[in-house]
Design a protein. Structure first.
Lengths: 184, 88
């Protein structure tokens, strides 16, 4: 189609200029050929114009498609780069100590502000408290199981707290905790 | 690119048409008068086109710039087409 367009465009110009310059206006048949070639030239130029007019939107759509594809590719590359960077960052964070990570996060969040120190320490203490609470509930469960089996108090304290019966402070503390956990 | 191509082709078609007008004018004195009358009419419409460009653009529902481009192209077409015929 584009070849036809080029041929028609070129032939219209040739049909316009060649007879006018090459032929003599005084000879009648030359003049007739000039007229015919001018009419033919108009026809060719109008046909070429119509073809180009029809092709213009199609080529524009193709151009838009190409631009969209290019934009997609650029976006994909950008996304993959961002994802790999995030993955590296996550791996680096995982390599750090969780406690240290928390400290870093808190330091980033609150900076070096002294007023928030207590809040930071509280937040740092939260996992410890949770852990001790878990240990306590496990110990209570185990103590109840042993008691159900018919174990004695002194034996359970020895098993769970590692303190033998006596008047020591450790035993007293363990006994108090045992009573609290078992609900005696 | 294609838009420029089709505009160029229509421009060439207009140039050839104005050369054809010159050729018709050279056939007979009466044809010459008729072509002169046609050119005079085109000239009058062309001048009125420039004078009433805003009204005409609203009537034709095209922008003023487009109308002015068409008027300038018509002048260029006539000059090129008739110039080629006269000088050849």
């Amino acid at each position: 189609m584009q070849l036809k367009l080029l041929v028609l465009s070129a032939s219209s110009i040739v049909l316009w200029l060649t007879p006018l310059t090459a032929l003599d206006k005084k000879i009648s048949w030359h003049k007739a050929i000039q007229g015919l070639s001018l009419v033919a030239g108009i026809t060719c130029a109008v046909s070429a114009g119509n073809i180009a007019r029809k092709l213009a939107p199609e080529l524009e759509i193709e151009l838009i498609k190409e631009r969209a594809i290019t934009a997609d590719i650029i976006d994909e590359i950008g996304t993959s780069a961002y994802v790999s960077q995030t993955q590296r960052q996550q791996e680096a964070e995982q390599m750090l100590n969780p406690r240290e990570h928390l400290e870093r996060a808190l330091a980033l969040t609150y900076g070096e502000d002294g007023e928030l120190e207590s809040e930071r320490s509280k937040q740092l203490a939260e996992p410890d408290a949770e852990r001790s609470q878990n240990a306590e509930s496990e110990r209570a469960e185990r103590a109840l199981q042993l008691k159900a089996k018919g174990w004695g108090k002194a034996k359970i304290i020895l098993e769970l707290w590692g303190v033998s019966k006596g008047g020591s402070e450790k035993y007293k503390a363990a006994e108090a905790e045992y009573k609290r956990l078992v609900g005696e | 690119m294609m838009k420029a191509m089709y505009l160029a082709n229509y421009f060439v078609a207009g140039c050839i048409a104005s050369s054809l007008l010159g050729w018709i004018a050279s056939l007979h004195p009466m044809a010459f008068r008729a072509v002169m009358f046609l050119l005079a009419a085109i000239g009058i419409f062309w001048v009125f086109g420039w004078l009433l460009d805003y009204s005409i653009s609203q009537f034709l529902k095209i922008s003023v710039q487009q109308l002015q481009a068409v008027l300038a192209s018509v002048l260029a077409i006539l000059i090129v087409g008739l110039g080629v015929f006269v000088c050849s």
